[in-house]
Design a protein around this ligand. Sequence first.
Ligand code: HPA
Length: 269
Amino acid sequence: MYERIQETASWLKERMTTSPKTAIILGTGLGQLASEITDSYEFPYSEIPNFPVSTVEGHAGKLIFGKLGGKDIMAMEGRFHFYEGYNMKEVTFPERVMYELGIETLFVSNASGGMNPDFKIGDLMIITDHINLFPEHPLRGKNFPTGPRFPDMHEAYNHKLIELADEIGKEKGIRLMHGVYMGVQGPTFETPAEYRMYHHMGADAVGMSTVPEVIVACHCGIKVFGISIITDLGGFDVPVEVSHEEVQKAANEAQPKMTEIMREMIRRS
Ligand code: HPA
């Protein structure tokens, strides 16, 4: 595994003309930020040695390098989900490569179902913490030398970055909620009883990604900032229907707010 990570990182380094310290993962329906990256050059996942290829509609599947907020960045348009059939080592392969490329801060985004009664569709939720309900752990197996066998997770989501986001949200009049993200395997959306259970367990939003990537980033000592777009509301009192199209549409509509927050955070950090 380590050789494959090195091979991929070397392949990219040979072709990179910039030195990003910041990476961004763009979630479902959140590709717009990519179009704001200037001086960009990109690599489709299919061309990158050892990279898995994304299979979900709404995920283009490429690595984009360039500038955002005046800084060198790299962005993943399209991520790898456990429900697609990838194992956790594949799901988190890009974060291992990011570490080898010198990434120090990771911005993650996703679409999620809101369970907190204060939330509205289209809200941005800053992820303050997560609950890992995936059936396989990304760090299972021989420990990687990037971090300890039993990594601390008391500040998986960097507090200083959360403060900075709140400051920018206030300045720009963008409503930012805070909450705990529940990571589940999918691909089914939740039954009303499941939404109810996850809410009782302490989560404010639920989705099918992010947690594995954040765990591996933490294990590599990469600082993390995460935003969930609330694309639907878990109907645990009155059951409501959820569809992928609806999730994509809501994410699309909310993404300019997310782009603005992230761009400004990168500019100031
Ligand atoms: N549940 C799980 N994943 C999701 C949801 C949801 O309600 N919305 C967007 N991704």
